[in-house]
Design a protein around this ligand. Structure first.
Ligand code: AMP
Ligand code: GLY
Length: 409
C-alpha cells in the first residue's frame, strides 16, 4: 500500500480482513500501519518500482494522487507487478483541471460551464464580465485546497492573483453550482466499473460549511440522495462516457475513479474527477463493505472485474477528522495523542498524520486521526463517532461538530 494517510490505514485494515491476505505493508505509512521498511519515496517512481519488484509484492495499491501523477503505476507495471491505480496519462484527469474540463466537454460529460484563463489579466477581465458569485479553480494539484467559491468580485480577483503568484499555469472560472454534493467512487478495471456506495464529504474547515477548503473534515455514507435508478443514470451519463473516453484516447483507467457530483436542479453535474480513493470518503465506506476488498482490487488490477455487485452491510458509517490546531493554514505538529483501546465494537480509529516519537504517539500532519463509527443510520453513526472523539486525548484538536448535518435538512 502506497501512502501515509487515513485512507491508506483504512484500505490496509480492510485488505487485512481478507482470508487471502497475509500482510499489508504500507509505504511510508503512519503510526497505525505496518511499515514497508526501506522503501524509497513513492514519487521517486523508478527507485520505488525497482524495490517493489525486488521484494516481489503480490499487489501494489496506490493511495495518493502524487505518485500516480508521477507515473508510479506505469513504472510498477513495466516491471511486471500487479498494480491497482491508473497510469500517469489517465491521472491527468485529476492533475489538470483544465485538461479534465476539456475532456468532459469532448465526451459529453455533464458539468458546470467554465472558462479557461492562462494569465491573471485575462482572468481578471473575465471576472469583470461574468461577475460574482463565481468559482476560481487552480488547474494543478492543490491537496483539495485550490478552489475558491467567491461570493464577491473582490474575493475572486484575490484568488486569481494568489493562484498566479503561486506559479499556477492556468485557472478555470466556473459557474457556481447549488445543490447537495456527493462523492461517487467507482472501482474500474480499464473496461468495467463497480460503484461503491455514495458518500458525502464536508470539505470546509468550519461548521456550517464556512472557512477555507480542506482535504475533507468528515464524511458520512451511504447517502440516500440518489435512488437506484438515479445512480444508474449517473453511471450511464457520467461514468460510462468517462471510461469509454479514456479507453478511446488510449489511456484505459484501472483504479478508483472518484466523481465529485453536485446534484442540481439541472441534474447531477461533475465538479471534479479524482483518480484515487477519496480521503476521508474511504474511511466511511470500507467499514460498510462486506465483499472481499482484496479480491475486488486484485481483479480490477487484472482487468477481470466483469459484472459484479458488491455486498454491503445495512446501516451507515460516519468519519470525523480530528485535525491539528491551525489546519489547514499552518497546522502545529508534535501534540501527544491518546486513543483509548475500548472505544467500542462499532468504532475504529484510523491514523492519518501520526508517528511514534520515543514510543509516544504524536501528531505529525494536518489531518491527524479519523474517528469512524457504524450505526443503524447516519444520525446514530455520527453520534457514536462524536462520543469516541470526546474520549480521545488530543489537546486543541480541531474538528467540525456538524458532520452529517446537510443530510438532516
Ligand atoms: P474541486 O476540487 O473541483 O472538487 O472543488 C472543491 C470543492 O469546491 C468542491 O468539492 C465543491 O464543494 C466546491 N466547488 C467546486 N466547483 C464548484 C462549483 N462549480 N460550484 C460550487 N461549488 C464548487
Ligand atoms: N475528500 C476529497 C478527496 O479525497 O479529494
Amino acid at each position: 500500500m502506497v501512502g501515509g494517510g487515513g485512507r491508506e490505514h483504512a484500505l490496509a485494515w480492510a485488505l487485512e480482513r481478507s482470508p487471502r491476505v497475509g500482510e499489508v505493508l504500507v509505504a511510508p505509512g503512519n503510526a497505525g500501519t505496518v511499515p514497508a521498511h526501506g522503501m524509497p519515496d513513492p514519487v521517486d517512481v523508478d527507485a520505488f518500482a525497482d524495490a517493489a519488484r525486488d521484494r516481489a509484492f503480490d499487489l501494489v495499491v496506490i493511495g495518493p494522487e502524487a505518485p500516480l501523477v508521477a507515473g508510479l503505476a506505469d513504472a510498477c507495471r513495466a516491471r511486471g507487478l500487479l498494480v491497482y491505480g491508473p497510469a500517469a496519462a489517465a491521472a491527468r484527469l485529476e492533475a489538470s483541471k483544465v485538461d479534465a474540463k476539456a475532456f468532459m466537454l469532448r465526451h459529453g460529460v455533464p458539468t458546470a460551464a467554465a472558462r479557461r484563463c492562462d494569465d491573471a489579466s485575462s482572468a481578471l477581465a473575465a471576472i469583470t464580465e461574468l461577475g460574482a458569485p463565481i468559482v476560481v479553480k487552480r488547474s494543478g494539484l492543490a491537496g483539495g485546497k485550490g478552489v475558491t467559491v467567491a461570493e464577491s468580485v473582490d474575493a475572486a480577483e484575490a484568488a486569481v492573483l494568489e493562484a498566479f503568484a503561486a506559479g499556477e499555469d492556468a485557472v478555470l472560472l466556473e459557474e457556481r453550482l447549488v445543490g447537495q454534493e456527493v462523492s461517487l467512487l467507482v472501482v474500474c478495471d480499464g473496461r468495467d466499473a463497480v460503484p461503491l456506495r455514495l458518500a458525502q464529504d464536508y470539505k470546509q474547515a468550519e461548521d456550517g460549511d464556512r472557512g477555507p477548503m480542506t482535504g475533507g473534515m468528515g464524511t458520512v455514507a451511504p447517502v440516500g440522495l440518489l435512488d437506484d435508478a438515479a445512480l444508474e443514470g449517473v453511471m450511464r451519463a457520467v461514468v460510462r462516457p468517462t471510461l469509454d473516453g479514456l479507453r478511446a484516447e488510449g489511456t484505459p483507467f484501472v483504479g478508483t475513479l472518484f466523481v465529485g457530483l453536485m446534484l442540481t436542479a439541472r441534474g447531477p453535474l461533475v465538479l471534479e474527477y479524482n483518480v484515487r480513493f477519496g480521503d476521508p470518503e474511504t474511511q466511511a465506506l470500507l467499514p460498510l463493505l462486506e465483499s472481499d476488498l482484496f479480491e475486488l482490487l486484485r481483479d480490477a488490477a487484472r482487468g477481470a472485474l466483469g459484472a459484479r455487485a458488491l455486498r454491503w452491510r445495512a446501516g451507515a458509517c460516519a468519519c470525523i477528522v480530528m485535525a491539528a490546531p491551525g489546519y489547514p493554514g499552518s497546522p502545529r505538529f508534535g501534540t501527544p495523542l491518546s486513543v483509548p483501546g475500548d472505544l467500542g465494537a462499532d468504532v475504529v480509529v484510523f491514523h492519518a498524520g501520526t508517528r511514534l516519537e520515543a514510543g509516544r504517539l504524536v501528531s505529525a500532519g494536518g489531518r491527524v486521526l479519523n474517528v469512524v463509527a457504524l450505526g443503524h443510520d447516519v444520525a446514530q453513526a455520527v453520534a457514536r463517532a462524536y462520543g469516541a472523539v470526546e474520549r480521545i486525548g488530543f489537546d486543541d484538536a480541531h474538528y467540525r461538530r456538524d458532520i452529517g448535518a446537510r443530510l438532516a435538512t
